[in-house]
Write a protein that binds this ligand. Structure first.
Ligand SMILES: [Fe+2]
Length: 390
């Protein structure tokens, strides 16, 4: 017999942990301060030291209310509550070959070799509209179509809430992550590297095909006795694109590895901020001047282990046809000696962003034993060895 559909409503986040953790010391970049040359210069200096020293930073003033963000969390939660057989209909063809848009089920990786415990990570990726195969409205439709079938006659206000929440968020995220759409952001990011003003604009245009995507992600909780056995919920890794944008995540678990000291530090949730990290493509095109920082998700503190950890992220990447050669026309990089990346140093062909993306995705998504030596340090393209960090 059908039961009433719960309203979408808003998403109630768990309170922040009371535990004293070893938090990372990260700076905050305020996009609302970019209106003046002085403000722009000040924020640019903050940004460049952030991406060089820690690789992670917070962004404030990005123009999306927490209420809007919470609607996305609510929608993601509703999707993940669907029966597994429904979600499995959206697994992309070629998942093992590096395709990633759609639903990726949990349990593909062993995260504890000794006890043979598998991950409980579910992912749903939605590509940017420029090359849509499956977009946000399809996602909303999936949630509603299945809900309607399972629970006839959903309240109208619920449908409206979901649609409204679904439309605005990815566009604003794109505006933030693709400098083309934001003069402020573009003129902000080129200057520390002494590059032409449109340098990053040109390689992050919304209309040009890239593998940008929005992600709803769920780390389902483990029982306490399993958490007691686990060191981490995911292995350490770097992201493959330009920047990853993580909406405020109050369930502590994200840790970053300081490039300078190799210490693992917890990332503290900050109100009204995004947590942003620089990724592999930026490291390649700056010849290593910008750091792609290793990070992982570890076991949350005890006072937050009773909830699933739901995440909302945006992955920003250069166009597929961008060749990941070191930028040659930056006086700064020339002066400082950052003139070659791993491919160039080893005399191997420099991949395009598309080649790099699918080589790394294939390696990341493989069902191989993660810490098996031939996987953990695999050459995923000639000249570049990847690494799994415990
Ligand atoms: Fe990551």
């Amino acid at each position: 017999m059908p039961v009433p559909v719960p309203e979408l409503g808003t998403f109630n986040h768990v309170p922040e942990t009371k535990e004293q953790l070893d938090w990372a010391d990260l700076v905050t970049v305020d996009l609302s301060q970019l209106g003046t040359p002085e403000g722009k210069k000040q924020q640019a200096d903050i940004l460049i030291s952030a991406v060089r020293e820690k690789g992670f930073f917070y962004v404030r003033g990005f123009g999306i209310s927490q209420e809007r963000v919470n609607r996305q969390f609510a929608m993601g939660k509703r999707f993940y509550e669907l029966p597994l057989e429904e979600k499995l209909k959206y697994v992309p063809k070629g998942l093992d070959e590096g395709q990633f848009n759609g639903y990726v089920p949990a349990g593909r990786r062993v995260i504890d070799e000794e006890n043979q415990i598998r991950d409980k990570i579910e992912i749903y990726n939605i590509p940017s509209k420029a090359h849509r195969r499956l977009d946000l409205l399809d996602f909303v439709d999936i949630v509603h179509r299945v809900q309607r079938r399972l629970h006839p006659r959903p309240p109208d206000r619920d449908r409206g809430a979901t649609r409204g929440g679904g439309r605005i968020c990815p566009r604003k995220m794109l505006r933030l992550s693709t400098p083309k759409s934001s003069i402020r952001y573009s003129s902000y990011w080129h200057s520390p590297l002494e590059l032409p003003e449109d340098y990053f604009t040109k390689i992050h245009q919304y209309q040009v095909k890239s593998e940008d995507h929005l992600r709803y992600m769920r780390y389902s909780k483990y029982p306490p006795e399993i958490n007691a056995k686990l060191k981490n919920w995911s292995y350490g890794h770097t992201d493959l694109g330009s920047f990853t944008l993580l909406f405020r995540q109050p369930v502590a678990g994200l840790q970053i590895k300081y490039p300078s000291t190799n210490e693992w530090k917890w990332v503290k949730p900050q109100d009204a901020t995004l947590t942003v990290n620089a990724c592999d493509a930026l490291q390649f095109i700056t010849g290593g001047y910008v750091k792609s920082t290793v990070h992982r998700v570890t076991v949350p503190p005890k006072d937050q282990q009773h909830v699933d950890r739901l995440g909302l992220l945006y992955f920003s990447r250069p166009h597929n046809d961008v060749k990941l050669s070191t930028i040659k026309d930056s006086p700064l990089l020339q002066r400082e000696g950052y003139t070659e990346n791993e491919f160039e140093k080893s005399g191997n062909p420099v991949p395009t962003m598309e080649e790099w993306t699918f080589a790394k995705q294939k390696w990341q998504r493989t069902k191989a034993g993660t810490l098996r030596p031939d996987h953990a340090t695999a050459t995923i393209l000639p000249g570049f060895n990847e690494k799994v960090y415990a």
